[in-house]
Design a protein around this ligand. Sequence first.
Ligand SMILES: [Zn+2]
Length: 184
Amino acid sequence: MSNSITRKKAADARQEQIAAKNPQFEPEEGPPRFIADVMLGRLARWLRIAGFDVLYSNSFSDDELIDVSCRERRILLSRDTRLLIRRTVRSFIYIESQDVLEQVRQVFKAVNVGSLDSLLTRCLSCNEALLAIPRESVRKAVPEYVYRTQKSFKSCPTCGRVFWAGTHRASVVRILEDLLASRC
Ligand SMILES: [Zn+2]
């Protein structure tokens, strides 16, 4: 019992220290870029759907996360107070909720996302920006029905997967737009 109280106190103290760090995001050209810690794979995926550049690997060590965040000027996303309390961590968002859509809403608010201009422009597996490709070039790569009904296709330069406006696009877009509208 006393151990758990001590742990809770220590965690509260870390949260206060993290809040006191009051991270400032240096203005950059273009949209903010992120690196997500190993616990935040689902958040990384949602942010990629929204078009953001988010590095994620389930094997990043704490040192790698901090190093890449500093070197590439990426905002570190984490729920780990022991990581964020470290002196070398400067540009970060302490993710508060365990609910992934709440997490997305918090990020949108923290970096002041105004509109979703880059929805579905990034490979969800590789994080690469998708490139438009000629429709004829995917004739053999996609199902016949998709080829007949879709006008434009994109592909990932890294994994080669072909993307088109799929059936769940509308619901995904609606969820993100609702989050954006309610971020204040
Ligand atoms: Zn890819």
